[in-house]
Design a protein around this ligand. Structure first.
Ligand code: 89V
Length: 341
C-alpha cells in the first residue's frame, strides 16, 4: 500500500510529540510542516528531516500533493484549516478539543462529509495502556454489571508553564481535561443520558474554570462521578494520570496511582502493574499521555486506510456535546438531558 503524504499544521508544543509519534508508524510520511512563524516550523523540520516548510497555508495545500493534514493549532483556528483542507479533497485530523462550541464542531463534521473526506479527532486518553487494560477487564465480565464509577483527574501540576495558552482561555478545564475524561466515560460505558455539573475557579491567575465536578447517568444506568481539578494539592501528585474506580454486581476494578490495576471479587483480589510503551522522544512528565499518541495515531491510520476506527469526528462530536452540556448545567444550575439538549 502506498504511503500516505501528511502535513502537520502548527508546530507548537504538541507537534513535538505528534510528529515523532507518526514516525513510529509505517504507511504514512510527514512531508511538510506549516506554522505562522516559519522559523518555528524550520526548527522542527530540521530536527526530524522533514523536507517542506511553509508559513503560507494555501501554498502548502496547493503544492504538496497531500493525502491528509494533521491540525495541531489552537482550537479557534481548527475550523478554518478544516475548511481549507476539505475544499482541496484532503483528509483531516484535528487535535482535541475539536471546536470551541458545539455548532462549529457540527459544521466541521458536515464540511468534511459534504467534501467526502475523512475527518478524525485526535483524542488520546482512551488509548493510554492502563485505560485499555481496565476496559478489557471490565468487558471480561469479572466484576459483573457495572453500576457506578468514579473518574478522577485532580492535580496541582503547573500545566500553564508548558502550555501558557491554557491560562488565557475562558472555558478551561472542561474543554482541556473534560474532553479527555468525559470521552473515557463514553469509551467505558457508552452514551450519556443526563448530567449535572458544578464548576469553580480557584487559581486567580487564570481566566477559565480550573475545577469541575460532574455526575452523569449513562444510558446503561451506570452513574459516573467525574471530577477534574488543577487546584488540588494532594498527598500524591499523579499528573497526568486518570484514576478510576468501577463498581459492579460481582466486584470492583480500579486504576490507582502508577498504573496499578486492582480487581476485587468476593473470591480474590488481583493486582497488576500495567506497563507503558516507551519512546525516547517523550517528556518523562507526560510519558503516559505522549506514549498513547502512537496508539491513537495508529487507529487514525487504520481509518485513513479504510478500516474501522474509533477516532472519527462524528464520534467525537458526542464528547464535545457532553463538554458543553456541562457548561450549560453549571451556568443554569440544573441537570441536562443529553438526548433533548
Ligand atoms: O493538552 C492536553 O491534552 C492536556 C494535557 C494535560 C494532557 O497536557 O490535557
Amino acid at each position: 500500500m502506498k504511503s500516505l503524504r501528511c502535513a502537520i499544521i502548527g508546530t507548537g508544543y504538541w507537534a513535538n510529540y505528534q510528529l515523532p509519534a507518526w514516525l513510529e508508524l509505517k504507511g504514512i510520511e510527514i512531508v511538510a510542516l506549516y506554522n505562522r512563524s516559519l522559523s518555528k516550523a524550520q526548527k522542527l523540520a530540521e530536527q526530524y528531516h522533514i523536507p517542506g516548510c511553509y508559513d503560507d497555508i494555501d501554498r502548502m495545500l496547493h503544492k504538496e500533493m497531500l493525502d491528509v493534514v494533521d491540525i495541531i493549532t489552537d482550537v479557534d483556528t481548527h475550523s478554518m484549516f478544516v475548511t481549507k483542507a476539505a475544499a482541496k479533497g484532503i483528509h483531516v485530523i484535528c487535535q482535541k478539543p475539536m471546536a470551541p462550541d458545539v455548532q462549529l464542531a457540527r459544521n466541521m463534521v458536515k464540511t468534511c462529509k459534504d467534501a467526502s473526506v475523512h475527518f478524525f479527532v485526535h483524542e488520546n486518553f482512551r488509548w493510554q495502556a492502563p485505560i485499555r487494560k481496565l476496559n478489557q477487564a471490565l468487558q471480561s465480565g469479572i466484576i459483573g454489571e457495572p453500576f457506578k464509577a468514579r473518574i478522577t483527574f485532580c492535580s496541582a501540576f503547573p500545566v500553564f508553564e508548558n502550555q501558557p495558552f491554557l491560562a488565557t482561555i475562558r472555558q478551561f478545564i472542561l474543554t482541556d481535561i473534560g474532553s479527555h475524561v468525559l470521552d473515557i466515560c463514553r469509551f467505558l460505558f457508552g452514551e450519556a443520558d443526563s448530567l449535572y455539573c458544578q464548576t469553580a475557579t480557584v487559581n486567580p491567575m487564570i481566566k477559565g474554570e480550573d475545577v469541575a465536578n460532574v455526575l452523569i447517568k449513562m444510558n446503561s444506568g451506570v452513574h459516573c462521578y467525574v471530577e477534574m481539578s488543577y487546584a488540588s494539592i494532594l498527598e500524591k501528585e499523579v499528573f497526568p494520570q486518570t484514576l478510576i474506580l468501577i463498581e459492579g454486581t460481582h466486584g470492583s476494578i480500579s486504576l490507582g496511582p502508577n498504573y496499578v490495576m486492582t480487581s476485587v471479587t468476593r473470591l480474590q483480589t488481583q493486582i497488576d502493574i500495567i506497563p507503558l510503551p516507551m519512546y525516547e522522544w517523550v517528556d518523562p512528565a507526560y510519558a503516559l499521555v505522549q506514549s498513547s499518541i502512537v496508539a491513537c495515531n495508529r487507529d487514525i491510520l487504520h481509518g485513513l486506510q479504510g478500516d474501522t476506527c474509533e477516532m472519527t469526528g462524528e464520534d467525537n462530536l458526542k464528547t464535545v456535546e457532553l463538554v458543553h452540556a456541562c457548561y450549560d448545567s453549571a451556568r443554569m444550575n440544573t441537570s441536562i438531558n443529553i438526548n433533548s439538549h
